[in-house]
Each structure stands twice: as structure tokens, then as C-alpha cells.
Ligand binder design. Structure first.
Ligand code: PLP
Length: 387
């Protein structure tokens, strides 16, 4: 049977060159990079080469990269690190209602500890209004945290405009760029960010590794306490194979990004247009153009996204109803509710996220089969007026 993977926002297949680069560091190159003998020095050098590859892909300096266990830890570190490292009286953070749980849950946790959080609303296409950021900043504000692009609906935020505002106000800006590194040109200086989160497994690297970019001079508390690794900001023996794979994935992302986007954009648009044309009562969630080049998120009235995904799975198509993290709960997506979709229609949404291995034949296969699945489910749905 065919297998068509269309859930690249949840995780990506590891690039063969990344696997090759990692193998020696799993097999024979086992030394601890902090040891002093020569076989360890070689490992230290490899770790630092990776740090440079990561920095180069972001337009950053290697000293500004802290390796983390992934996007979640980077988001936690940025928010807790800035708030705990801020002077007395700076106890306010501004974020948005559509952030990933790795940001939202930290904000809820910090609220319980007495910090104040403003959750900005977004418009019907998922965009944050930079003027709302400006109006929400007070003398107590320490940090603004806005994601670069949303993992469910793919909407890309005006980070450059927001960073002009945060810089004028002397407030730090953190950006969760987990969905955009490798997909868009993410340059920390062009964007004007102070902190930025990256995760390797979303860009054809291994799981359990990522980084937090921290602009030189940013006041940030350490997050994991122990040894002196990562300049004492993140203790613990380095995940060497992960770091090597992450470095390789970032180098490949830098070299192949344009090519990947040119491959994905026409496929994305063919899938969007094809679905909307062939399936009645289907609507695109998110912004039509300010959108990740691989994201398609569509709501189908009268039926459940969950049932659509199960039926697609029988046909060898892997898609999801939203973020991997929310698919275990029965709550409708907080992102879809934030853009004004009703709870029923939020449940009827399906996300297809494309990747470098997808072909036009994959899209054709989905376009042949999806309308049949939707029609079949609607025929059984008590909500469907066409019955
Ligand atoms: C996947 C994801 C994360 C979490 O990254 P992990 O490396 O899986 O911890 C954070 N933010 C966004 C936007 C994501 O898509």
C-alpha cells in the first residue's frame, strides 16, 4: 500500500545525511566533550563545529547558541530565564492566545507564581496586530513572546514590526521559530529578536535536541543547574550525537531552504485549491498568503476531523487534526477557537503538512481519495443537511 506522510509539522523524517553524520558519535566517538584527553578534545571540536553550523543558519554568533533538549525546553528557558533574571518590578509578559503549549503552559505556570501575563488576541486569519503589542507594554513588562509561524494553521507573524516596538520600549522579544527554521529565511538580526527557539526534529534532524538563541548581553537565568556546560546556562553532559545531527540538519536547511520552498509552494497551493474545489462546505483555516509553504489546514462542515484522519490512515495517508500535543485531548484546538472557528467546526478540521519527500502524485492521490472519504462520512452524519 502507498504511504504518504503529511504530518511534517509534528515531526520530520531524519535526513539520510544527518543519520550518517550521527552514527560515528553513537558507535565509537563516545568521549565526554568536557574531558581533557585527546579523544575528548576531538568530540569538543565536533560539538563546537555544530554550534557554528547552527549559528550560521540563524545569522548568529556561536556564543549565542545554547543547546537544549528541543523546542519545549528552549521556550521554557526563554520565559522562565528572562522573568527570573529580571529586576524587581519587571513581572509582566505579553504573549498570544495561539502560542504552542510549550509557551502557553509556562505562562500559566508563571501566573501561579505571581507573574502577570497578557494573552493577545489574533484576527480571523491568525495574525497578531503589532499595535496591540505596543498598547500592552507597561513599565513592568519584561518580555514579549510571539511565535514566528503557527504550527496548526501556518500563519506567519509580522516579527520585524513587533521587534521595532519591543526595541523602542526596551523589552526583550522571544520568538518560537520551531516551525520556520528551515522553511523561511530566519535571521536573528533581520528579525530583531533577542531570544529564539529551534527544534531539530522539525527540520529533518533528530528528536530531543534543539537550541535557544540568546542575543549577547541579554539577561537570562540558567535553566538547568549543575555542571559548567553551555557556559553554565544549561548544565548536563551534552547530547553529542543529537548535537552533531542538529548541526548537519541546520547546514542542510541553510543550503536547501530555497529549493525546498520552491518544491513545496506549488504542492501546497494545488492541495488547497483542489480540496476547496472538490469538497463542498470546506474552508481554509489561517491566512491565504502569509502562510508556511508546507501548511494546509481545512475545516469540513458536519463531520469530525478525527474520523477523516482515521479513514485517510486506512488509505495510507498520515494527516492530523491539529497539533500532535492536542490530539490526545478531546478539547477543540485553542488556535482554531482563537481565530473564531466554532467548537464544532474546529473538530471538523484536518491539517496536512508537506515535506521534501512529497511529490505531485501524493497530492493527486489525496485529492482523489479525500472527497470520497468526506462524502462517505457526511452520508452518515446526523448534522448533514444534504442527507
Ligand atoms: C513542535 C513544536 C514545539 C516543541 O518542540 P519539541 O522539540 O518537540 O519540544 C514548540 N513550538 C512549536 C511551534 C512546535 O511546533
Amino acid at each position: 500500500m502507498r504511504f504518504i506522510y503529511l504530518d511534517h509539522a509534528a515531526t520530520t523524517p531524519t535526513h539520510p545525511e544527518v543519520v550518517e553524520a550521527m552514527i560515528p558519535y553513537i558507535r565509537e566517538k563516545f568521549g565526554n566533550p568536557s574531558s581533557i584527553y585527546s579523544i575528548a578534545k576531538e568530540i569538543r571540536e565536533a560539538v563546537e563545529t555544530s554550534r557554528k553550523q547552527v549559528a550560521d543558519a540563524l545569522g548568529a554568533n556561536p556564543e549565542e547558541i545554547i543547546f537544549t533538549s528541543g523546542g519545549t525546553e528552549a521556550d521554557n528557558h526563554a520565559i522562565e530565564g528572562v522573568l527570573y533574571g529580571s529586576p524587581q518590578g519587571k513581572d509582566h509578559i505579553i504573549t498570544t492566545s495561539i502560542e504552542h503549549h510549550a509557551v502557553l503552559e509556562v505562562c500559566h505556570y508563571m501566573e501561579k507564581r505571581g507573574f502577570k501575563v497578557t494573552y493577545l488576541r489574533v484576527d480571523g486569519e491568525g495574525l497578531v496586530d503589532p499595535e496591540e503589542v505596543r498598547k500592552s507594554i507597561t513599565p513592568r513588562t519584561a518580555l514579549v513572546s510571539v511565535m514566528h509561524a503557527n504550527n496548526e494553521i501556518g500563519t506567519i507573524q509580522p516579527i520585524e514590526e513587533i521587534s521595532k516596538i519591543t526595541r523602542e520600549a526596551g523589552v526583550y522579544l522571544h520568538v518560537d521559530a520551531v516551525q520556520t527554521v528551515g522553511a523561511l529565511d530566519v535571521d536573528v538580526n533581520n528579525l530583531g529578536v533577542d531570544l529564539l527557539s529551534v527544534s531539530a526534529h522539525k527540520l529533518y534532524g533528530p528528536k530531543g535536541i534543539g537550541c535557544l538563541y540568546v542575543r549577547k548581553g541579554t539577561k537570562l537565568d540558567s535553566f538547568i543547574h549543575g555542571g559548567a556546560q553551555e557556559r553554565k546556562r544549561r548544565a548536563g553532559t551534552e547530547n553529542v550525537p543529537g548535537i552533531i545531527g542538529f548541526g548537519k540538519a541546520m547546514e542542510l536547511a541553510r543550503l536547501e531552504r530555497k529549493e525546498r520552498a520552491e518544491h513545496l509552494l506549488p504542492l501546497r497551493d494545488k492541495l488547497i485549491t483542489g480540496i476547496l474545489e472538490r469538497v463542498p462546505d470546506s474552508f481554509l483555516n489561517g491566512h491565504p498568503t502569509l502562510r508556511l509553504p508546507n501548511n494546509v489546514n481545512v475545516r469540513f462542515k458536519y463531520i469530525e476531523g478525527e474520523s477523516i484522519c482515521l479513514n485517510l490512515d486506512f488509505l495510507g495517508i498520515a494527516a492530523s487534526t491539529g497539533s500532535a500535543c492536542s490530539s490526545e485531548s478531546l478539547e477543540p484546538s485553542h488556535v482554531l477557537l482563537s481565530i473564531g472557528v466554532s467548537p464544532e467546526e474546529a473538530h471538523g478540521s484536518v491539517r496536512f503538512t508537506l515535506g521534501r519527500d512529497n511529490s505531485e502524485e501524493d497530492i493527486d492521490y489525496v485529492l482523489e481519495n479525500l472527497p470520497v472519504v468526506v462524502e462517505k462520512l457526511r452520508a452518515m452524519s446526523p448534522l448533514y443537511p444534504g442527507r
